[in-house]
Design a binder for this molecule. Structure first.
Ligand code: CMC
Length: 432
């Protein structure tokens, strides 16, 4: 780690002094001004709510060029990974830095499939939830609860314990997510079947019922796998930063991942896929699109086009391109002529020609088409973000591990500019 090179100096004139700050260059992306020593040397902090200009770590996992619409995992473009690879291979890549050899991949796949079952007592947790609980509420609770079953994972200084924790999390997430779905619909839990692929096994755990024979559909399993790949990691977004921040105190890895799940839930982040499909359904028909475009542009209306815009991408989100193709494949396979897909395509066309969206560089993001596919596969909208969390678990684990192995890692502790009351003396209640 710590391979960013100093390539220059930035000078900051402040309070009559000139402070020199190192300028660092990574392999790709803009240079950064290293302000680590600013407080010690100049007695000032930087202020950046929402972290729009702030890097929080050095990372070798994922690179995004938001202007060009590029996403690389360990150097490999997402389009190539989605076309040629599988989710478990991408998981290995994210965790280990290199694509696996055949024997490495066999070993990794075997490890993951050996850990797909949940501790039987985990099933009791579900009974405590209302039947209509939001799946993300259940996921936040049950992922955190798993930390009680694996106390050994608390020892983050042991690389074997860390590895086991990541394998278990990746292996158990589909089982947990499928149980959440089954609990909502009131069907019996289906246990994992380890001779199936990761995606096939997940679909079977969700949609098989004891009364009928279940056959996996290879086209749907491939689409599911692709959706998992497209969501596997996305550098320092809100949920990943949450996992890193929670983990920086030495918290249990399952608890840190549960914090990531909580952060993912919101409609500005992972919850956008659910919100987007609800919005497309509300629009309902192509002739109502202009009304919703007008609302999205109206400063006095809080409505936003869900599935549009991104903090980093100021161009087409490359994941959205793959997602659009996959949506067409899945709907064709299922023989569905979904009016929602027509609304989505037309909305995209109109928005991309509109000055407001052009000026603000607002393009479809990964969530714009994913809901259409998941809906066609039979998932209720409330499950969409759970599937995102399932796939993002490997990204969270990779990022958490990178942070733990980084010798410069310290507990995350941002500062503030205080604008509350100045020092004042306490007044007895009777005198107030
Ligand atoms: N519809 C209409 N206007 C928008 C939209 C949108 N979807 N997104 C941004 N804007 C406008 C916004 O009103 C603001 O205008 P102005 O400069 O006049 O105040 C400008 O564009 C910049 O927006 P911002 O909110 O300052 O940008 P941000 O980087 O803080 O937010 C975002 C990024 C993704 C939260 C935002 O674009 C958004 O709310 N999009 C809809 C939700 C969504 O699709 N989220 C999924 C993101 S991708 C997957 C993930 O991260 O989980």
């Amino acid at each position: 780690m710590n391979t960013a090179k100093q390539t220059g100096i930035a000078k900051l004139d402040i309070n009559g002094r000139t402070i020199e700050l190192p300028v660092l260059s990574g392999v790709e992306g803009p240079d950064v001004v290293d302000v680590k020593r600013l407080y010690a040397e100049a007695d000032v902090f930087t202020l950046d709510p929402g972290f729009t200009s702030t890097g929080s770590c050095e990372s070798q996992i994922t690179f995004i060029d938001g202007e060009k619409g590029v996403l690389l995992h360990r150097g490999y473009p997402i389009e190539q990974l989605a076309a040629n690879s599988g989710f478990l291979e991408v998981s290995y890549l994210l965790l280990n830095g290199e694509l696996p050899t055949q024997s490495e991949f066999r070993k990794f796949t075997h490890e993951v499939t050996q850990h797909t079952m949940l501790h039987t007592q985990m099933d009791r947790f579900f009974e405590g939830f209302r039947r209509d609980s939001h799946p993300m509420a259940m996921l936040t609770g049950t992922v955190g609860a798993m930390s009680a079953f694996y106390p050994g994972a608390m020892d983050s200084s042991d690389p074997d314990e860390r590895h086991l924790a990541y394998i278990r999390l990746i292996a158990k997430m589909p089982t947990l997510a499928a149980r959440i779905y089954k609990y909502n619909v009131g069907q019996p839990f289906v246990n994992p079947q380890n001779d199936l692929s990761y995606a096939e096994n997940f679909l079977r755990m969700c949609f098989a019922v004891p009364a009928e024979k279940y056959e996996t559909n290879p086209i749907l399993a491939k689409a599911m796998d692709k959706i998992f790949i497209l969501h596997a990691d996305h550098e320092q977004n809100a949920s990943t930063s949450t996992v890193r921040l929670a983990g920086s105190s030495g918290a249990h890895p399952y608890a840190a991942v549960a914090a990531g799940v909580a952060s993912l839930w919101g409609p500005s982040h992972g919850g956008a896929n659910e919100a987007c499909l609800n919005m497309l359904r509300e629009i309902g028909s192509v002739d109502r699109i202009p009304e919703f475009i007008a609302r999205a542009k109206d400063k006095n209306d809080p409505f936003r086009l869900m599935g549009f815009g991104h903090r980093v991408y100021k161009n087409y989100d490359p994941r959205a391109t793959v997602m659009q193709e996959t949506a067409a494949e899945v709907l064709y396979e299922l023989g569905i002529d979904n009016p929602v897909l027509q609304v989505a395509k037309e909305l995209e066309r109109i928005a991309l020609e509109d000055d407001y969206f052009i000026e603000k560089k607002l393009y479809p993001n990964v969530d714009f088409y994913s809901g259409v596919i998941l809906d066609a596969m039979g998932f209720p909208t409330e499950m969409f973000t759970v599937l995102f969390a399932l796939a993002r678990t490997v990204g969270w684990c990779s990022q958490l591990n990178e942070m733990i192995e980084d010798p410069s890692q310290r507990i995350g502790r941002p500062r503030q500019i205080y604008t509350g009351a100045a020092r004042r003396d306490f007044i007895e209640i009777k005198s107030r």
